[in-house]
Design a protein. Structure first.
Length: 315
């Protein structure tokens, strides 16, 4: 009998948890009727300040399939997802939110795609941002445009954390134990074939969102810094441009001295020296940055490669 592990990060979800629990148990029961499956439910309390932990304790007492991990404080959703994945024992693992913005009713469809061998992971992708502020939607779209241009890891626009994965992919994700995590990038970086299910934006069933513009902006910067060294390369290009500008000004300065006699000689000389000096400094910083970026990537201790299968897999 195959085991499906359900990972649910929670932060102040006392209103949503009972509704989520009823829905996930209903979906699980339907799947058990059609397939030989068992389920475990792993809730991660990310330092909630409401009654979330109390509810989880009661659920664990009444249901032997329910397990939970409670943090000493709020470490963020990324840490909660990692802790949940680390606690799983299943042949398959699904991650979804407790607010029902990730509809559990999609899990049977996701399971069928992965079980058939069509893919290693089934995930949802938002095709609309209905109900979301237009300004936030604009910046979200721009984030994907920017990161996909400066990073070698392609991240699908609108991809969500709602994913149903094989054990092999989960183990690959866990092998990336870096502290500064950006799971959307990690899901893409580890590879494996992913099928995206297009969904409309779903409102929370209860409670209020924990995200705001500034938190999402900070999260976006985390993603860019985690999967691109382009920002640290900027000083090199800025330095080259500055030195080139100094060279152009030098030519103008010489022409002014010998032909034009405009009286701007001192100003042009000062600008030329300043631009050239700034260019040298920026290039030097950029070169140092390149060494730092290499060190940064090494410190992350990401695996050099991830094996999908070998000849023994076919025996």
């Amino acid at each position: 009998m195959e085991l499906i592990s359900v990972v649910v990060p929670c932060y102040n979800e006392e209103e949503s948890l009972p509704l989520f629990y009823d829905e996930i148990k209903r979906v699980s029961a339907e799947m058990k009727e059609k397939n030989e499956l068992s389920f475990e439910y792993i809730f991660v309390d990310d330092g909630s300040k409401d009654k979330t932990l109390s509810i989880l304790r009661e659920m664990a007492k009444e249901d032997n399939d329910v397990r939970y991990v409670s943090f000493s404080r709020n470490f963020g959703k990324e840490a909660a997802m990692y802790a949940g994945l680390e606690a799983t024992k299943g042949d398959y693992v699904v991650i979804l939110d407790a607010d029902l913005q990730h509809p559990p009713k999609l899990i049977p469809e996701m399971y069928s795609y992965v079980k058939s061998g069509e893919c290693d992971c089934a995930a949802t992708r938002r095709i609309s941002r209905k109900g979301e502020p237009k300004l936030l939607s604009f910046f979200s779209n721009q984030f994907y445009n920017v990161i996909n241009k400066i990073s070698q890891t392609y991240i699908v626009n609108g991809a969500q954390d709602f994913r149903f994965m094989k054990r092999q992919m989960v183990d690959a994700i866990l092998s990336m134990s870096e502290y500064n995590r950006f799971s959307k990038g990690i899901f893409s970086w580890v590879g494996f074939k992913t099928k995206f299910i297009e969904v409309e934006n779903t409102e929370r069933v209860a409670g209020t969102t924990k995200w705001n513009f500034f938190k999402l902006l900070r999260y976006s910067f985390e993603g860019i810094l985690a999967f691109s060294t382009a920002p640290i390369e900027f000083p090199v290009f800025a330095g080259i441009f500055s030195c080139f500008s100094a060279f152009v000004l030098l030519i103008i300065l010489l022409i002014d001295i010998f032909l034009w006699h405009t009286g701007w000689t001192q100003t042009l000389t000062l600008l030329t020296v300043l631009l050239f000096a700034a260019g040298v400094v920026l290039i030097s910083l950029g070169i140092m940055g390149q060494y730092i970026s290499k060190t940064y990537m090494e410190v992350k201790k990401r695996p050099i490669y991830i094996k999908a299968e070998d000849e023994t897999s076919q025996r």
